[in-house]
Design a protein around this ligand. Structure first.
Ligand code: HEM
Length: 134
């Protein structure tokens, strides 16, 4: 009985539980609106159009949380630390990135436990992406 919480089946993925693709699209759209206006982060993104970066990030997160594997079909193994190596990810970039992510998560209206789980992951993942001291 205990494993059946909030009326969900134990086999349901986090991806499904939080609303599937629409939720991740909304999250990433809001996140990139923040990046587009950020004087530290915006210059780091190599492409003029942030649309393709938004698409890659949305597909990655959907896959990570148990949704379709489209990210890896298109991009191969994520290898995120390696893919971030060309960029200076220092404490300031980390803090700015997480600030926009916090703001984006707050717009989703998730169940508090799901929200906390997503946030914990983002904090952990952002910390692991730092590749430059200072
Ligand atoms: C900590 C601060 C971070 C900074 C400053 C940062 C910055 C960037 C930049 C500049 C790109 C290249 C844009 C593109 O062409 O796609 C990128 C790509 C990407 N980032 Fe980050 N990132 C950070 C953290 C993270 C975290 C925590 C995740 C995962 C939870 C993540 C996931 C991705 C993904 C999936 C891509 C596209 C990889 C690909 O090429 O397929 N990033 N990031």
């Amino acid at each position: 009985m205990n494993e059946i919480r909030r009326g969900t089946l134990p086999t349901e993925t986090f991806y499904e539980r939080v609303g599937g693709e629409a939720t991740f699209r909304k999250l990433v759209k809001r996140f990139y609106e923040g990046v587009a206006d950020d004087p530290l982060l915006r210059p780091m993104y190599p492409e003029e159009d942030l649309g393709p970066a938004e698409e890659r990030f949305a597909l990655f997160l959907m896959q990570y949380w148990g949704g379709p594997r489209t990210y890896s079909d298109r991009r191969g193994h994520p290898r995120l630390r390696m893919r971030h190596a060309p960029f200076t990810v220092d404490r300031a970039a980390h803090d700015a990135w997480l600030r926009h992510m916090r703001d984006a998560i707050d717009t989703l209206g998730l169940d508090p436990e799901d929200e906390a789980e997503m946030w914990r992951y983002m904090v952990y993942a952002a910390g692991s992406m730092i590749n430059t001291p200072g």
